[in-house]
Design a protein around this ligand. Sequence first.
Ligand SMILES: NC(=O)c1ccc[n+]([C@@H]2O[C@H](COP(=O)([O-])OP(=O)(O)OC[C@H]3O[C@@H](n4cnc5c(N)ncnc54)[C@H](O)[C@@H]3O)[C@@H](O)[C@H]2O)c1
Length: 253
Amino acid sequence: MKGLFEGKVVIVTGAGGAIGRAAAIKFAAEGARVTVSDLSEESVAETVRIIKEAGGDALPIVGDISLDEHVQRMVNVTVERFGGVDCAFNNAGITHAEDYKWDEAVFRRTLEINLISQMLCMKYQIPQMLRRGKGAIVNTSSIQGLVGVVEPPLPAYTASKHAVIGLSKSTALEYARSNIRVNALCPGVTRSAMVDKVMVMSESIRQRLLNHAPLGRLAEPEEVAEAALWLCSDKASFVTGHAMVVDGGFTAQ
Ligand SMILES: NC(=O)c1ccc[n+]([C@@H]2O[C@H](COP(=O)([O-])OP(=O)(O)OC[C@H]3O[C@@H](n4cnc5c(N)ncnc54)[C@H](O)[C@@H]3O)[C@@H](O)[C@H]2O)c1
């Protein structure tokens, strides 16, 4: 397929979910060979099916992104199959809709999946990009990487997403002279299973989420995915260490 990512190899994590699937499909439609990674075998298979039906090339990888050996395997299998790694959209994540109440296990698990996983991804992706002499990484943060949101309070999630921005900025500076760009993406409330899980907590939370953005609606996953593609593309060649909001105006208030 011809396009913005023709000849490029892109890894997308959380690619069975709303934003990740939308991005994986768009990367493939722009010519990339895409590693489709997620915890859920069924959702990975569905994303791969959509990409292949449209004539694209996709590699399914199923496993827990917070585990070093899985992430290493994900990158190794990508290199064996596609010959290298050009771009990565490290996007898998969870929220803790269950009552957190200072629960250490909930806090640790949220950090493992939302933050440690991104460190592990970059640990194995960056050496491959160094081999290429170039690379672009986008780590998914959130508007809750920039502000705290009180209804519902999600302290572990908010802490993890703030840390993703710090991790991305620090790594961006470390690898700038190696021609590897690293940016964070901060979506506002986006139509997804994750948001459905929070919306059922109460009617007031549902209303608040639906009306959170000055644009007066939720984001569609495709609108967030567009920003990930742009940040990964050569069109963003002078953009690194940036935390880009795609939030319908929420953080402008
Ligand atoms: N939906 C929103 O409103 C919103 C807002 C801001 C940021 N985000 C972030 O966007 C990213 C994508 O979320 P989404 O909105 O598409 O939600 P989603 O729930 O549809 O997708 C998240 C995906 O991550 C996968 N995942 C979870 N734990 C995993 C693990 N241990 N190993 C591998 N995969 C795992 C899930 O299986 C799921 O497919 C997340 O990092 C999320 O925090 C979402």
